[in-house]
Design a protein around this ligand. Structure first.
Ligand code: SF4
Length: 354
């Protein structure tokens, strides 16, 4: 059979499987449902799914689309409300870019998502992967979408033994060679679903896989070993201190982190630097800081963090060098990023005792 014949047969088999087994996801219009695909939903889900699991994203997606059902609604939202709604999802630059992008789409594109990949990629927060995903899924453009699931499926289907990350170009080329011109959006989602539900990392269910017959790794008996990976570089551990101050009227001292940098734009406890060498103390005001031996452990993409938590009760007249007080009734731990939530959870019941 010709290369084109093989390609057509593979995509036909996979699409047949997808028509019967597509995952129901809150942002997805199921095949043959007659529902239109909403580019706003596709865009938002793709931004949220960067570095984040489907299970974690579902709840946030529902919350965001209930609060801001259209790109116009999101474009007029308050920055602080969007950052608070994003709290806990991580990678906070995504939330800032989400807002920027919504505002650009409304201001420069009349509130309509552009269809072509180049224009999509010129928007804030949209890189090569996300532009391909939006173009394919929202507009059925024949773009190749390669996430971790697709890499795994391609490595196995074609028995590519080069380890990741050097294997990436080979895996992209393998995926490109198979991208069909018919229903490319459904095909892109089908490969991802196959990787997420059948061709799973540890125990691929080859017996029920629509690609079991052409799959080379299955025939060779090496499917669970692929994709191979270079040994991971050990993450360094950084140290830091968080300062939780409670005023005598119950208000907490919090600080909005600088836009650039980790947890940028998010609300948090005033902190010292986070560095591998013990950082200098940096309390936001002079107070009787008490060390109860509390330490938060948290892992970011590139490092582990050990954050010592110091607490202080301060008078109403206290004048901190930085940060701002939030009334005890307005304070919502759920609006903090996870590491900051862990700090207040550890310090409780100290702040709530009176
Ligand atoms: Fe993955 Fe097995 Fe299907 Fe190959 S046959 S694509 S290894 S699930």
């Amino acid at each position: 059979m010709s290369d084109k014949g093989v390609k057509d047969e593979l995509s036909t088999e996979l699409l047949r499987w997808y028509d019967a087994h597509a995952r129901a996801l809150p942002w997805r219009a199921l095949p043959n449902s007659g529902q239109p695909t909403d580019p706003y939903f596709v865009w938002m889900s793709e931004i949220m799914l960067q570095q984040t699991t489907v299970a974690a994203v579902k709840e946030y997606f529902r919350k965001f689309t209930a609060l801001w059902p259209t790109v116009h609604d999101l474009a007029t939202a308050q920055d602080a409300d969007v950052m608070a709604a994003w709290a806990g999802l991580g990678y906070y630059a995504r939330a800032r870019n989400l807002l920027k992008c919504a505002r650009v789409i409304v201001a420069d594109h009349g509130g309509v998502f552009p269809k072509d990949r180049d224009t999509l990629q010129s928007l804030p927060g949209i890189g090569p992967y996300t532009s391909a995903a939006i173009a394919a899924i929202a507009f059925d453009a024949p773009e190749t979408v390669v996430d971790g699931n697709v890499e795994r499926v391609m490595a196995r289907l074609r028995a590519i033994e080069t380890p990741l990350p050097p294997a990436k170009p080979e895996l992209v080329a393998a995926a490109q060679a198979l991208t069909p011109t018919k229903r490319p959006g459904d095909y892109a989602q089908a490969v991802m679903d196959l990787g997420a539900t059948i061709c799973t990392p540890k125990s691929p269910a080859c017996g029920i896989c629509p690609w079991q017959s052409p799959c080379r790794a299955r025939v060779m008996g090496i499917a669970p070993e692929l994709p191979r990976k270079l040994p991971k570089v050990q993450k360094p551990t950084r140290l830091g201190t968080a300062y939780i101050a409670r005023r005598s009227d119950g208000a907490f001292l919090l600080e909005t982190r600088p836009d650039k940098g980790l947890l940028g734009g998010m609300l948090g406890w005033p902190c010292s630097d986070w560095s591998v060498d013990a950082p200098d103390p940096a309390p936001p005001l002079t107070a009787n800081w008490i060390d109860h031996g509390l330490q938060v452990r948290h892992t970011f993409t590139h490092f582990h963090l050990k954050l010592t938590v110091l607490v202080a009760d301060i008078p109403e007249s206290a004048a901190p060098d930085r940060g701002h007080f939030i009334d005890k009734h307005a304070f919502q731990p759920s609006s903090l990023p996870t590491v900051m939530k862990k700090a207040i959870a550890l310090a409780t019941p100290w702040p709530l005792r009176d």
